[in-house]
Write a protein that binds this ligand. Structure first.
Ligand SMILES: *Cc1c(COP(=O)(O)O)cnc(C)c1O
Length: 856
C-alpha cells in the first residue's frame, strides 16, 4: 500500500535539552568537533547509524534516553555551554567588523552546488566543496555573505560498483523535513514562494529553504511543490542531471529565481540587500539579467533604460570562471534561449535580442548558433577572475577573442587562487599537536606555522601513524561494505582484514573522473605499478576514489579498469578503489595519506584543492605542475611530475608522464619514506613535512582566499556599485559608452613622430613622442592616448609592455589632436614602442572595459 499523503513528525526534546535543536540545525557543528562529541555522547551507536547527522540523531534516539539525559545535570550543563559557545561564535566581533570601513550591507554568492557537509549532499566535486568552504570561511571572518543555490531532491548520486567493477548510480531522496533546513515563511506563516514565467500557461514556482552555515544563511530553491504542474515539479530533481532544456530551467531558477529569493529573504528577515553579486562559475549568470529587469521597471520613478541598468548591475557583479575544459562551460542552442525569452519571458521587459547578444560567441571561431554562459558571465560582470595564477593566464588566452585588439595580459580576468577551510579539513590530532606545542590555532597569522619547528620529529611521525592507521580501518570497513554490495558473502571476505598496512607508505588519489584528471595514468605500465606496490623493502599502497558523471561512459570504463586491477588477489592488499567519494570519506583520507597524487593533463586543472587539504595535514604533494601546484611548488615541499605538455600526441605524452611518475616514486619518494634514523624516524621525510606546513600552510587557507576576494573584488565592486546607484552617474556612464562606440569607427592615429633618439640610444636618454590623432566627435577627455613600450621579442612584438599616458598638446578643428610625452629610457637592449588609443572613463575597471582600441 502506498500512502496518499506524507508528513514528518518532529521529535520534541525535553526542555533542558532544547538548545540541541539549534546546535543541530546550525551547520557550524560540521566544523566544530566538540559539538560533534556532544551529539555522539547522546547515543554513540545511533550516532554511527545516522552517519554523524545531528538532526537525524535527535529523531532516532529513544525518548527514554532523552529523559535520562535531561535529568543528568552534568550533561545539561554541557549542552548549555555548547549553546553559549555557538551564540558567542555567532555574535563575536570579526575580521570584517574590525577591518572593513563603510561595509556593503551584504554580498550574494551564487553557486549551482554547495558542499558544506555530507549530511547535505548538494555537490558533485571541487566546485561545490569550494563553495561550502567559501561560506564557512565567510562565517568565521564575519563577512556578510548570503549563499544562493538549488535544493536537489536527489543530490548528485550515490556511487556503488557492480560485481565486475562498473559504476552504478542510485538516487536516494533527500527529505528536507529531516535535513538541517528551515523553510522561509512569510510573516503570516505561509511558505514564501517565488515564481518565474516560462513558456506555457503556468509559471515555475519554488519555495526557499534556509540552511544556517554559522553566521551565513544559504538559500536553496526547491520546485518540488504541488503548485508546479508536471515536469516543472522536477526542475530541481538532480544536480547536473538532464541536459538542454532541463539545465536551462535550473539555471533560470538559480539566476533569476535566486535574486527573487534574496529579495524575499531581505523583506522577511530585514537582512540588508546585497550590494555585490558573485557568481561562482557561469551557471548562475542569469542573475545579471534579472537585476537589469529589476532596474528597468519603475520603482519610485521611471525605470532605467537597458544600457544604464546593465552598467549598474555590472558594476556590482563578480564572475569567477572555474574551468578551461570546454565541456565544463554551458552552451545552449540560441533557439532555446529565444523560445524562453521571447513572449512569456522570465524577465519581462528585457528585449530578447539584448539577452541573446549577452551570450553570443562573437569571437573568432565562435558558433553563431550558440548561447554561451561563460561569455555572458564576462559581459555581465565588471570584474572577473580565474582560480589560480596559471588558470588566470589560461583564461586570458582562452577568452582573448572577446577583447580583440588587446594582448593577453590585458584581458580583464584576474586570478585569486582557491583555498581550503582548515577547521573542516585538518584532523583534530594535527590541531592538538600544534596547540600542545604552543600555537594559537585559531589565528591565521603566517607565523603560526612556525610551530612545525617546535614539534618533535617523533611526535609528528607518531601522529601521522595514528592517522594512517585510522584510514586503514576506514578503508577496510568501506571495502567490506562495497564487496557485500557487489554480492560477496562475508565468508569470502577474510582477506579484507589485512588490506593495507599502517606502516606502509600511503598514496592517495581521489577526485572526480573527467578524462583530463587521468585516473588511470598510473596503470600505463601495470607491471611497473605492481612492482612498486609489492616492492620488498619499499612498498607503497594506494587509496583511490572518484565518481564519473552518470552520462560519462568513458569515465566509467576508467573506473572499471582501475577496479579490475585492484581486485587482483596479487595486489589487492596494497591498492583499493573505494566507491562513494564524498566529504565523509575525504575527511579521514587526506590526513591518513603520506603522499597526495595528482596527474592532470596540464593546464586543465584550474586549481585543484585536494592537495591543499593533504598538505595541511602534513601530506606531501606529488603532482603535475598544474593549478595551485604550479604556483607554490618550491622544489622541496613535495615533488613535481615533469609534464610533457609540449607533446600533442596524447598516448606518447601519457607514456612519458607515467614513466616519470614511476621513477619519482621508486627513486625519490619511497626511499626517503623508509630511510629511518637511529630513533626510527625518517628525518629527511619529516623535514619535508615541516617545510610543507610552513611554506604552504599560510597560503592554502580559505581565510587568505576570502580576504583576497574582499580586498580585490568585493570592496571595489561595492564601491563601483554605490557610485552607479546614483541614476545620473549610471546614465552618464552608459551614454558615454554608447557615444564612444558610435564614434569609434572614425578614430585613428594619423602618424607618430619621435625625437631624441635615432637608431640607438643610451640609458638615460629621453624619447619624445608626438601622436597625431583624429577623434571625430569624441573629445580628448574621452580617450587615453598611450605610448606602449618595452623590450622587443623575436617577431618585433612587445614583451611585457608598459604604458605611458600622452597629454594633449594642441587641438585643431575636425577633431584632430596632437598628443605628446617623453619617456626616459631606463633599460638596455632591444626596445620598441607603439601608440594606441583606448576609451577612458573613471568608472571603467580596466583599459579593456569597452573592448575598443585603435593601434598605430
Ligand atoms: C576537495 C574535494 C574535491 C576537490 O578535489 P580536487 O583536487 O579539486 O579535484 C572533490 N571532492 C571532495 C569530496 C573533496 O573533499
Amino acid at each position: 500500500m502506498r500512502a496518499i499523503r506524507r508528513f514528518t513528525v518532529r521529535p520534541v526534546l525535553p526542555e533542558p535539552l532544547q538548545p540541541l535543536t539549534q546546535l543541530a540545525t546550525n551547520l557550524r557543528w560540521s566544523w566544530h568537533p566538540p559539538t560533534q562529541d556532544l551529539f555522539a555522547e547522546i547515543d554513540p551507536e545511533a550516532w554511527q547509524a545516522v552517519e554523524g547527522d545531528p538532526v537525524r540523531l535527535i529523531g532516532a534516539v529513544e525518548p527514554a534516553r532523552l529523559d535520562e539525559l535531561a535529568a543528568d545535570s552534568a550533561f545539561v550543563r554541557r549542552v548549555e555551554q555548547a549553546a553559549a559557545g555557538l551564540a558567542t561564535y555567532l555574535g563575536e566581533p570579526s575580521w570584517w567588523s574590525r577591518n572593513v570601513e563603510e561595509p556593503p550591507g551584504s554580498i550574494a554568492y551564487f553557486s549551482p552546488e554547495f558542499g558544506v557537509t555530507s549530511v547535505l549532499p548538494q555537490y558533485s566535486g571541487g566546485l561545490g566543496i569550494l563553495a561550502g568552504d567559501h561560506l564557512k570561511t565567510a562565517s568565521d571572518l564575519g563577512i556578510p555573505i548570503i549563499g544562493v543555490g538549488l535544493l536537489y531532491k536527489h543530490g548528485y548520486f550515490q556511487q556503488t560498483l557492480s560485481r565486475d567493477g562498473w559504476q552504478e548510480e542510485t538516487y536516494p531522496v533527500l527529505d528536507p523535513d529531516t535535513a538541517p533546513l528551515s523553510l522561509l515563511r512569510e510573516t503570516d506563516g505561509r511558505p514564501s514562494l517565488i515564481s518565474i514565467a516560462v513558456p506555457g500557461e503556468a509559471p515555475l514556482w519554488a519555495r526557499i529553504w534556509v540552511a544556517a552555515v554559522g553566521r551565513v544563511p544559504l538559500l536553496l530553491l526547491d520546485t518540488d511543490l504541488e503548485e508546479n504542474a508536471g515536469e516543472l515539479r522536477a526542475v530541481t530533481d538532480r544536480l547536473y542531471g538532464g541536459g538542454g532544456e532541463h539545465r536551462l530551467l535550473q539555471e533560470l531558477l538559480l539566476g533569476v529565481g535566486g535574486v527573487r529569493a534574496l529579495r524575499a529573504f531581505s523583506r522577511i528577515t530585514g537582512t540588508p540587500a546585497p550590494e555585490v553579486f558573485h557568481t561562482n562559475e557561469g551557471h548562475a549568470g542569469f542573475l545579471g539579467v534579472e537585476r537589469i529587469r529589476e532596474l528597468t521597471v519603475a520603482q519610485d520613478g521611471p525605470g532605467l533604460d537597458f544600457d544604464t541598468a546593465l552598467e549598474v548591475s555590472r558594476a556590482g557583479t563578480v564572475f569567477t570562471t572555474h574551468t578551461p575544459v570546454p565541456a565544463g562551460i554551458d552552451r545552449f542552442p540560441r533557439e532555446l534561449i529565444e523560445q524562453y525569452f521571447a513572449g512569456n519571458s522570465p524577465v519581462p521587459g528585457a528585449p530578447v535580442d539584448r539577452v541573446l547578444a549577452l551570450g553570443a560567441e562573437t569571437h573568432d571561431g565562435g558558433d553563431p548558433a550558440v548561447f554561451n554562459m561563460a561569455v555572458m558571465g564576462f559581459r555581465l560582470a565588471q570584474r572577473a577572475n580565474g582560480v589560480s595564477q596559471l588558470h588566470g593566464e589560461v583564461s586570458r588566452s582562452m577568452f582573448n577573442g572577446l577583447w580583440p585588439g588587446f594582448d593577453e595580459e590585458e584581458v580583464p580576468i584576474s586570478s585569486i587562487t582557491n583555498g581550503v577551510h582548515a577547521p573542516t579539513w585538518v584532523a583534530r590530532e594535527v590541531f592538538e599537536l600544534a596547540s600542545r606545542a604552543g600555537a594559537d590555532v585559531s589565528s591565521d597569522r603566517p607565523e603560526v606555522w612556525d610551530v612545525a619547528d617546535h614539534v618533535s620529529s617523533e611526535q609528528l611521525w607518531s601522529t601521522k601513524r595514528t592517522l594512517r592507521e585510522r584510514l586503514v580501518e576506514d578503508v577496510r570497513s568501506r571495502l567490506r561494505t562495497s564487496w557485500r554490495q557487489r554480492g560477496a558473502a562475508p565468508a569470502e571476505l577474510g582477506w579484507i582484514d589485512s588490506v593495507l598496512d599502517p606502516d606502509v607508505l600511503t598514496i592517495g588519489f581521489a577526485r572526480r573522473v573527467p578524462s583530463y584528471k587521468r585516473l588511470t595514468l598510473m596503470l600505463r605500465d601495470p607491471a611497473r605499478l605492481k612492482a612498486l606496490l609489492l616492492h620488498p623493502e619499499h612498498p607503497v599502497q594506494l587509496v583511490i576514489a572518484g565518481k564519473a558523471h552518470p552520462a560519462d561512459d568513458g569515465g566509467k570504463r576508467l573506473i572499471q579498469e582501475m577496479v579490475r586491477f585492484a581486485d587482483d588477489p596479487e595486489v589487492r592488499h596494497r591498492i583499493v578503489f573505494l566507491p562513494g567519494y564524498d566529504i565523509a570519506m575525504a575527511q579521514p583520507l587526506y590526513p591518513g595519506c603520506d603522499v597526495w597524487l595528482n596527474n592532470p593533463l596540464r593546464p586543465y586543472e584550474a586549481c585543484g584543492t585536494s592537495g591543499m587539504k593533504a598538505a595541511l595535514n602534513g601530506g606531501l604533494n606529488l603532482s603535475i605542475l598544474d593549478g595551485w601546484w604550479d604556483e607554490w611548488y618550491d622544489g622541496s615541499n613535495g615533488w613535481a611530475i615533469p609534464s610533457a605538455d609540449g607533446i600533442g600526441e596524447e598516448d606518447r605524452r601519457d607514456d612519458i608522464e607515467a614513466s616519470a611518475l614511476y621513477d619519482l616514486v621508486e627513486n625519490e619518494v619511497a626511499p626517503r619514506f623508509y630511510d629511518l634514523d637511529a630513533d626510527g624516524v625518517p628525518s629527511r621525510w619529516i623535514e619535508m613535512v615541516r617545510h610543507t606546513l610552513k611554506s604552504l600552510g599560510p597560503r592554502v587557507l580559505s581565510t587568505r582566499m576570502l580576504r583576497d576576494y574582499v580586498e580585490q573584488l568585493y570592496l571595489p565592486a561595492a564601491r563601483a556599485s554605490r557610485t552607479l546607484s546614483e541614476p545620473a552617474r549610471a546614465g552618464e556612464f552608459a551614454a558615454w559608452k554608447r557615444r564612444v562606440r558610435d564614434g569609434w569607427d572614425v578614430v585613428h592615429i594619423e602618424h607618430v613622430e619621435s625625437h631624441g633618439v635615432a637608431d640607438s640610444a643610451e640609458i638615460g636618454s629621453s624619447l619624445q613622442v608626438a601622436a597625431f590623432v583624429s577623434l571625430g566627435e569624441l573629445s580628448g577627455d574621452d580617450v587615453a592616448v598611450q605610448l606602449v613600450h618595452g623590450r622587443i621579442g623575436p617577431d618585433d612584438e612587445l614583451v611585457e609592455p608598459r604604458t605611458l599616458l600622452l597629454g594633449v598638446g594642441e587641438s585643431w578643428a575636425g577633431g584632430r589632436h596632437r598628443f605628446e610625452g617623453s619617456l626616459s629610457l631606463d633599460r638596455s637592449g632591444p626596445f620598441g614602442y607603439t601608440v594606441r588609443v583606448v576609451p577612458r572613463h573613471e568608472l571603467a575597471a580596466s583599459a579593456a572595459e569597452t573592448g575598443l582600441v585603435r593601434i598605430a
